[in-house]
Design a protein around this ligand. Structure first.
Ligand code: NAD
Length: 480
């Protein structure tokens, strides 16, 4: 069944005169899951008009009013976990267990952000000549929220939640791969009683750029690719805020003293969970030469054990890639690496047998003898293709891990505490995991990258600075 998704402007489902686009099930391409408008400049302008108009009243609401709506939206979403997870499998493609995990984590994010409405605080300052000097936090104004498809609920909730809690109004642009998920999230807020115009949703391919180009949008929080991030950064200019959470080329370092069975599990999970379509997914395995073959044998066995297929089929542990272009990107990356001397240890060709012929499937793929300066080692691939590189000792491992432009997530497998602490201190990554996979997030801990993996303006998720991006601090001198 195809679901028609409309924009949401001023609280109302709103038709556009622009053409629509289809989103097909990535596992069964003959099924059109959702149809949404490819919004025009006029649609986006109307959404920003509504957000601007709603701003004054929303910023004047009390913390309790804002927290109550976020809490209610959280409960609405939680009551629909199974239904939304099933739709997510059809629209985005991840296996049902992963979709349920995301659909149940998103309401928890909103509960946390509801509390943030109460925790916004300023400070007082000793002064020589004025009785009271203090700071206050105001909302920024209108926030543009632009999100990718790989965590269509969770990622957006981590932006819309704190933006609303601080008293901002929002124009939300979900990925064109997952318009239905964007609608499901937005409708929970609107059903929870959010006043008209506080959250507006526009769909489409060029709509993100239209949001960014409207200078009444005071801040843009974006998660997505580096190519798009660079464009947004340039377009925002002086006086408007931008938060970018971008891609990664995340290493797993496996040192000679590591527990090999545990390390193999960590490497496989980092590289292949969510079909490698996680920003924190591993792309490089830096393994000590002395244990290279023993680790490779174990990881190849785990890679071959993935059951690839549609995410709603029982027993499937690896779903499809997001689209045909993603499959072709895997094919190009593997061919290029092989052309530069790498060898395929497993996988390496698209899967199109039987029912897989109707979807965008690619298997868990390991390349060995990868040149550390080759594109496979330096550029994000965003799929289940990983390269093994030999290193000798921790010095070389750290130097090699830090040699790429990205700095999102890094994992280290070692039994030695001093080595682990040194890696934690010296690895240039926003998140370092010791004997843990590169993927995953603590939903109450700061999340984000450094170097080319983001602006590092403020960390997403929770943590002491999560609300900084969504608030403006002003200082008051109160004389008598
Ligand atoms: P993308 O950059 O293609 O698209 C992201 C969003 O930006 C979409 O909504 C898209 O429509 C919109 N967009 C496209 N062009 C735009 C423009 N010129 N101006 C404004 N908006 C525009 O990324 P994607 O393919 O959806 O997502 C995959 C990428 O996201 C990967 O690089 C991945 O690493 C990254 N990602 C990062 C994180 C993180 O937290 N660092 C998390 C998830 C995904």
């Amino acid at each position: 069944m195809t679901i028609e998704v409309l924009n949401r402007i001023g609280g109302q489902p709103t038709r556009s005169s622009a053409p629509t686009f289809e989103r097909r099930n990535p596992a069964r391409n003959d099924e059109v899951v959702s149809v949404a408008p490819d919004s025009s400049v006029a649609d986006v302008t109307a959404a920003v008009d509504a957000a601007v108009e709603a701003q004054a009243k929303w910023r004047a609401t009390t913390p309790t009013q804002r927290a109550d709506i976020l809490t209610k939206a959280s409960r609405i979403l939680a009551s629909r976990t199974d239904e939304i997870a099933a739709e997510m499998v059809r629209e985005e493609g991840k296996p049902l267990a992963d979709a349920k995990n995301e659909a149940s984590r998103t309401p928890k994010n909103l509960e946390l952000y509801a509390g943030e409405a109460y925790r916004l605080s300023g400070a007082t300052f000793p002064s020589d000549d004025t009785p009271l000097v203090y700071s206050v936090l105001d909302p920024v104004g209108v926030v543009g929220v632009i999100t990718p498809w790989n965590f269509p609920l969770n990622m957006a909730s981590r932006k819309i939640g704190p933006a609303l809690a601080a008293g901002n109004t929002v124009v939300f642009k979900p990925s064109p791969m997952t318009p239905l998920m964007g609608e499901r999230l937005a409708s929970a807020f609107i059903e929870a009683g959010l006043p008209d115009g506080v959250l507006n949703v526009v769909h489409g391919f060029a709509a993100g750029a239209h949001v960014v180009n409207d200078t009444r949008v005071n801040a843009v929080t974006f998660t997505g690719s580096n190519a798009t991030g660079h464009k947004i950064h340039q377009a925002m200019g002086l006086g408007r805020r931008v938060q970018l959470e971008l891609g990664g080329k995340n290493p797993v370092i496996v040192l000679a003293d590591a527990d090999l069975d545990a390390a193999a599990q960590i490497v496989a999970r980092s590289s292949f969970s969510l079909t490698g379509q996680a920003c924190t997914g591993a792309g490089r395995i830096l393994v000590d030469a002395s244990i290279h073959d023993a680790l490779l044998e174990r990881v190849v066995a785990l890679a071959k054990a993935y059951v690839v297929g549609p995410g709603d089929v029982a027993g499937v542990t690896m779903g499809p890639l997001v689209d045909e272009a993603a499959v072709q990107a895997m094919e190009r990356a593997v061919a290029e690496a092989v052309g530069l001397g790498a060898k395929v240890a497993c996988g390496g060709a698209r899967l199109a047998e039987g029912e897989l012929a109707n979807g965008w499937f690619y298997p868990a793929t390991i390349l060995v003898d990868v040149d550390p300066s080759s594109p496979l080692s330096c550029n994000e691939v965003f799929g289940p293709v990983v390269g093994f590189e030999k290193i000798n000792g921790v010095d070389e491992a750290i130097a090699s891990a830090n040699a790429v432009e990205y700095g999102l997530s890094a994992a280290v497998c070692t039994k030695d505490l001093a080595t682990a602490q040194r890696c934690a201190a010296e690895l240039q990554a926003g998140m370092v995991r010791i004997n843990r996979p590169t993927v995953g997030a603590a939903f109450n801990a700061p999340f984000g990258g450094i170097k080319q993996s983001g602006t590092a303006t403020h960390k997403e998720q929770l943590g002491p600075t999560v609300m900084d991006f969504y608030t403006v601090m002003r200082t008051v001198w109160l004389g008598s």
